[in-house]
Design a protein around this ligand. Structure first.
Ligand SMILES: [Zn+2]
Ligand SMILES: [Zn+2]
Length: 176
């Protein structure tokens, strides 16, 4: 979905969007999460002489893998959207082509704003890098792979750590 800045009226433009997630997933390409329908957003677009402002919020249900127990789980991500695009005058644009330093700033290329890209970008910022299915997820046993949320395995996890400490001690003693 694209909005031409010429179509934003002086009093602003309200967008109430509900998507099935597929469109956004298509922009995302190969990412390690799935967007479940519906993805909804309420956006308000307004423009001044040199800028376009987008603010609002969005909500999406994200399915991803728990970093600890590796189970797939779903959670709602609520994002706040607050973006300012600078509409770049033509003459500045020509000078800019010589340098790359401003590529990361929010200059609007052309006259269209890709709303899907705006939503996806914000969402990807708000998705946790190390997602956990629940705050106290116990994860998997590194030795036998048992899901420690379901049962306690009989691996001597603490002994393992003690042995490493013992080795460290040995190293220190040898140095003397
Ligand atoms: Zn987990
Ligand atoms: Zn184990």
């Amino acid at each position: 979905m694209k909005v031409d800045i010429a179509d934003i009226p002086a009093h602003g433009l309200q967008l109430n969007i509900t998507k099935d997630g597929d469109e956004l997933q298509a922009i995302a390409g190969a990412v390690d999460f799935t967007m479940l329908p519906p993805v909804s957003a309420n956006l308000s677009l307004s423009k001044t002489d040199g800028e376009v402002l987008i603010d609002g919020n969005m909500a999406a249900v994200i399915k991803q893998q728990c970093a600890r127990c590796l189970k797939q789980f779903e959670q709602v991500i609520n994002s706040k959207i607050d973006i300012v695009y600078t509409i770049e005058p033509e003459h500045i644009k020509k000078e800019k082509e010589l340098t790359n330093e401003d590529l990361s700033s929010n200059y609007l290329e052309g006259s269209e704003i890709d709303i899907n890209a705006v939503l996806f970008e914000q969402l990807s910022l708000d998705i946790p890098m190390q997602p956990v299915c629940k705050p106290d997820c116990k994860g998997l046993c590194p030795k036998c792979g048992a899901d420690l949320n379901q049962r306690k395995c009989s691996c001597p996890a603490t002994e393992q750590i003690d042995q490493r400490f013992a080795k460290l001690k040995e190293l220190k003693l040898n140095k003397k």
